[in-house]
Design a protein around this ligand. Sequence first.
Ligand code: FES
Length: 237
Amino acid sequence: MKRRDFVKACAATAILVHHNPMLLANDRNRSHLHEPVRLVDFEGNPIRPGDLQPHVNYVFRYPYECTPCFLLDLNRPTEANVRLKTENGADYVWRGGVGPKRSIVAYAAICTHRLTHPTEHVNFIAYRQSRNPEADPAANRIVCCMEYSSYDPARGAAVTSGPAPSPLTGILLDYDEEADEIHAVGITSEDILDRFFDHFEMQLELSYGSLAKARAPVSGTATVVPLDEYTGNDMPC
Ligand code: FES
């Protein structure tokens, strides 16, 4: 590991452990650290929790240049310390939402079934709010319209229905109360992102010029945009 990368990894570890001493308590809970990045808007201003409209899909790229993530304010406290398992059987603990209401969550926007994800042209996966949640089993879920997998964003994106073999990859967020800023600091597992790179290798090389460029770590800041600005065609189920 280069010295610069080592310093970044140490900084990420310090932030995570400061806020999550449980990470040291149990190997099974170890998360995957990446360079901490500040979430910002188009003009480079930090995203404040109060800037996010509840139940609106926002997208940013993390931890790599080509991996899209959802940012959501669920407008209610989420569960905390939810125990989950990846397809490969690895246990981990999803810590819960951040922000003043502990309602802000982020996940890789990549379905764990067949890796459906938003592109600039079209999108089939998103958080869907229903006006009548009691009559709609998919209400307030992240739903992939390809084969109807759904995930509960208030419980670490655990699978609630459909063929998805594991939860969406969690993006670890850190809320700096004093600065009123949100940082992305890591992910819950590399499994799905590794599958994503393998599966889309050729498309990524064409789009980014090389796989190395597609897989370049996001550095410093990550720009958050509403989903309907990220994609030209958001398809409901
Ligand atoms: S790709 Fe998402 S359910 Fe099949």
